[in-house]
Design a protein around this ligand. Structure first.
Ligand code: SF4
Length: 63
């Protein structure tokens, strides 16, 4: 699994960090997404996919 995020279009909702906190975090200053693990383990697959689906800006891409 490989994650990419278009941070320029992130609206800082925090949904990804709520759904998959081991993989996503937010910058303290503005809430924009920060990837904690670019190549997360298999046990995070479902959470990462859910984060991608629930992201209101649809900027999370999972390969
Ligand atoms: S869910 Fe999407 S819009 Fe919200 S913080 Fe994460 S990447 Fe940004």
């Amino acid at each position: 699994m490989r994650i990419s995020v278009d941070t320029a279009k992130c609206v800082a909702s925090g949904m990804c960090a709520f759904v998959a906190p081991e993989v996503f975090d937010q910058r303290a200053e503005d809430g924009v997404v920060v990837i904690r693990r670019w190549d997360p383990p298999e046990d995070q697959l479902d959470a990462v996919h859910e984060a991608a689906v629930r992201c209101p800006a649809q900027v999370i891409d999972v390969e």
